[in-house]
Design a protein around this ligand. Structure first.
Ligand SMILES: Cc1ncc(COP(=O)(O)O)c(C=O)c1O
Length: 460
């Protein structure tokens, strides 16, 4: 049991002992850390008792079904007292049941590999394609292509495949065998074109990189279906069919990272299902159990799975990987109940419907405010890009986004922003409320954001 302590004591203990994520601790010498004590629905309360409407789903887009779900807590508690853990070398009952439920949502995909974070799920995908290259050839078809502005995780392999230089800087050297192609943000088209008058050059850029690297060396391409932390970038509908056909042409596997977009966030069960495409590998975490327990999955098609068992005489030919905490049955149990809630409460449909409402409102802000250059989103993954100058669309400095976010926080609304992604482009405000959001919550969030934009202007 947690012993009840005063706010001052908690702040003191946190200050003395916790090393916070993505935080310059010098700031905490003068500001208190933000410590959340309670949550219900979309509301969180900090240790001072102040309440906030959370438009970030737990800071990093995880609590898809909202806070305080007793049914998830009960499922996890029941499971933990019955059978808390067994390694994935064996299995658990909820592990089997959840895998069966999950693949029903993902036609053409059939195998679920458990681990415990988004980064790790992606690493599994990379190890799978690399091992296939070794067991079926000489290991030369091992390269993985990723996209500028996408993020795939914090471990060195996942970071080596991430297109965000501010997340990478100072953590090199990186793993070899990764290469980058361009982002898909029409608002800052890397080819200086306009959608409607272009040939979707950003998708064709993948082919350029495959040819430069040598098609015989490229194993897979990893992509967020919609770039999340890199600035809420929604590729146009023609984009993924082009990507898919390039992959087919060069025998390159398509790995889609659904760590943010999965589980209804974009108005479909999975972000890729907004597009005409069929991935070979899909990774997921965050909304998979809405943060009630740590769990991630790497899901593949049967062909990939079968290739690892086609040569049992070679003792090295099966997938020689393990994730200790992939065997935590509490994660599997939480995922089952999380999925049941999303189904029972039609949260995928709600995300789509309320997401459209939110995007309409954000477009209103774009039309109204000089310093909002673009409004983008799909489902309840939406954002506005802040600019300094509406003639040139020069990006606003990140201080502007920070001030807007701080203003909203003071008013009791938690909103997100691009944070240490790419230099000069940490200028997107991100809105990712829980999928239970209704019009009134969206109205409150957008009203406060509107007020912030009215009151605060970027420095010239
Ligand atoms: C798209 C994407 N992939 C992977 C990850 C890494 O997930 P984790 O922090 O659980 O390792 C993140 C984290 O934000 C993410 O946004």
């Amino acid at each position: 049991m947690l012993v009840s302590q005063s706010n001052d004591e908690i702040i003191q203990k946190d200050r003395n002992s916790v090393w916070h994520h993505l935080t310059q601790h010098k700031d905490l010498d003068v500001n208190d850390p933000f410590i959340v004590a309670e949550g219900k629905g979309m509301i969180v309360k900090d240790t001072t008792g102040k309440e906030y409407l959370d438009a970030t789903s737990g800071g990093v887009w995880s609590v898809n079904v909202g806070y305080g779900r007793e049914s998830i807590a009960n499922s996890v508690a029941d499971q933990l007292t019955k059978m808390c853990y067994y390694s994935g070398i064996g299995g658990t009952i909820p592990g089997a049941l959840f895998a069966d439920l999950l693949i029903k949502k993902m036609p053409e995909l059939s195998r679920v590999y458990y681990s415990n974070s988004g980064s790790e799920a992606n690493e599994k995908g990379y190890k799978m394609v690399r091992q296939l290259s070794h067991i079926e050839g000489n290991g030369s078809k091992h390269k993985i292509i990723y996209r500028h502005r996408d993020y795939h995780g914090t471990t060195i392999g996942a970071l080596s495949s991430s297109g965000q230089s501010e997340r990478r800087e100072d953590y090199g050297p990186f793993a070899p065998g990764f290469a980058e192609f361009c982002h898909a943000n029409c608002f800052r088209c890397p080819f200086g074109k306009k959608y409607g008058e272009c040939n979707i050059e950003c998708a064709h850029d993948l082919e350029r990189v495959i040819l430069e690297e040598g098609p015989e060396s490229v194993a897979s391409v990893v992509l967020e279906p919609i770039t999340a932390g890199g600035g809420i970038i929604v590729p146009v509908e023609e984009y993924y069919p082009i990507i898919q056909s390039i992959c087919k042409k060069y025998d390159v596997l398509l790995h889609i990272d659904e760590v943010v977009c999965g589980f209804g966030r974009t108005g479909e069960w999975f972000g890729y299902q907004n597009y005409d495409m069929q991935p070979d590998i899909v990774t997921m975490a965050k909304g998979l159990a809405s943060g009630y327990a740590a769990i991630s999955c790497t899901v593949t098609n049967e062909n990939i799975f079968n290739r690892f068992k086609s040569n049992p005489d070679n003792k090295m030919s099966y997938f020689r990987d393990i994730s200790t905490f992939g065997g935590c049955a509490g994660g599997h149990a939480a995922a089952i109940e999380n999925l049941a809630i999303i189904e029972r409460e039609n949260l995928v449909e709600n995300s789509q419907k309320i997401g459209e409402y939110l995007l309409d409102k954000l477009k209103g802000l774009r039309d109204k405010h000089e310093f909002v250059g673009d409004a983008r989103g799909k489902g309840l993954l939406a954002g506005i890009e802040l600019i300094k100058n509406s003639d040139t669309n020069e990006p606003a400095h990140e201080h502007y986004a920070i001030k807007i976010a701080n203003y909203c926080k003071k008013k009791g609304i938690l909103i997100g922003r691009t944070n240490r992604s790419i230099p000069a482009n940490n200028n997107t405000i991100c809105l990712t409320p829980a999928l239970i959001a209704g019009r009134s919550e969206i109205d409150t969030i957008v009203h406060t954001l509107d007020e912030a934009l009215e009151n605060i202007h970027p420095l010239p």
